[in-house]
Design a protein around this ligand. Structure first.
Ligand SMILES: C[S@@+](CC[C@H](N)C(=O)[O-])C[C@H]1O[C@@H](n2cnc3c(N)ncnc32)[C@H](O)[C@@H]1O
Length: 368
């Protein structure tokens, strides 16, 4: 969405939140879009996510890889187990998930690993970094069957294993800065409007960069795998998406607190920040190629080989539902090209073979 085309009317939305934001702007003057986005999504009581109102999937506001079905988590579980094997089947292997929403991805991974990869299951420790109590409660309910296997540390802890996120970075607050001008959110009567002011060198995606600092500081040895939609520098479009009930809204001032707001990820600055923190890029490709790489290794031996069962002899579950899920995840016009996968490594031998997901890695901008 082009920010210039936003209509600046407040429509519907969470009344308590809209009144609170309005009062704050009246009191403090125009605020950055990052501040506005923080309130709309993460205000402790009324935010779209922090209130637990966010819903994904067919009956929710938008689809994510996770909401498509269990297959996404199952394929990622295969990738995690390959990493565990490369680590020499260590006794304690930690998956840290951030942006876990209702815990469905964790459940898909753990269900699969428990049934298919029992040795990996014994070694696996699952940690969820969750700032919002209401989401933690939902996750605890969904993951109850796994007992102590899953924990919610009060603050990030050092770990060896994998940090995983799906659509975390695009949900981080951003400032709207372009050509030395910043758009602040102000008021005209009771309507929200943009107020422009000139700005010196400023970072627009500070929250995402600080998240990378935090991950890098806690990762002792292992990988960071981030899946999201965005652009490398050359193609970067500063697009903000506002979504509710599977509709793209025209403005972030519509349905405040009842709609999702995201900004495409600026992968180049994420990569630079990670490198400055001692992480090494070990793969960057689109989701289609990433998942195809994992699938191509299924059945090739090691832990990527699925034991017989409801997956039959096929490397993939042999049912119509799974086929539909696969198509949605892989198809270039569905999620296959929309999302990219970036992986970093720390203290991993430079000669180590590429992860299965990057076997067919190609630059996401490449055609063909
Ligand atoms: C777009 S949703 C993605 C949810 C889920 N990963 C999925 O793919 O269905 C973004 C999630 O990131 C969470 N989030 C945002 N900032 C966070 C932070 N600093 N730490 C942990 N989670 C965060 C939000 O609460 C929300 O659940």
């Amino acid at each position: 969405m082009d920010v210039e085309r936003w209509t600046l009317n407040t429509q519907k939305g969470n009344i308590a939140l809209v009144s609170w934001i309005r009062a704050e702007i009246e009191r403090r003057g125009p605020q950055s879009f990052a501040w506005f986005m923080q309130q709309a999504l993460y205000h402790p009581e009324h935010g779209y996510y922090s209130s637990g109102r966010c819903a994904t999937g067919r009956k929710g506001d938008y689809f994510t890889n996770v909401s498509v079905g269990a297959l996404f988590g199952q394929l990622l579980a295969s990738q995690f187990s390959e990493i565990w094997e490369c680590f020499g089947n260590i006794n304690e292997f930690v998956i840290v998930e951030q942006g876990a929403h209702d815990g469905q991805f964790a459940r898909d991974v753990l269900d699969f690993v428990q049934k298919r990869l029992p040795e990996f299951f014994d070694a696996l420790r699952y940690r969820i970094l969750e700032p919002f109590p209401i989401l933690e409660e939902q996750q605890r309910r969904r993951l109850e069957a796994f007992g102590d296997k899953v924990k919610w540390p009060a603050s990030p802890e050092p770990f060896t294993g994998v940090h995983f996120s799906n659509e975390l970075l695009d949900a981080m607050p951003v400032r709207l800065i372009s050509d030395g001008t910043e758009k602040l959110v102000g008021l005209d009567g009771d309507k929200f409007v943009f107020v422009e002011q000139s700005v010196n060198k400023a970072t627009f995606n500070q929250a995402a960069l600080e998240t990378i600092d935090q991950i890098a500081a806690n990762l002792q040895r292992g990988y960071v795998i981030a899946i999201d939609y965005g652009f490398l520098e050359e193609a970067f479009e500063r697009t903000v998406q506002v979504r509710a009930r599977h509709r793209n809204l025209n403005s972030p001032f519509e349905q405040i607190g009842d709609a999702d707001i995201t900004m495409s990820v600026h992968w180049k600055s994420i990569i630079e920040r990670a490198q400055a923190n001692g992480l090494r890029v070990v793969g960057f490709t689109d989701q289609h190629h990433f998942l195809t790489g994992i699938i191509s290794q299924l059945g090739s031996g090691g832990s990527l080989e699925p034991p017989a069962g409801d997956w039959g002899q096929s490397p993939l579950p042999d049912c119509a539902k799974a086929k539909r899920e696969l198509q949605t995840l892989l198809h270039p016009e569905m999620l296959g090209r929309a999302f990219q996968v970036l992986a970093f490594a720390k203290k991993i031998d430079i000669e180590a073979p590429p992860l299965a997901g990057f076997k067919f890695a190609r630059h996401p901008g490449q055609r063909g």
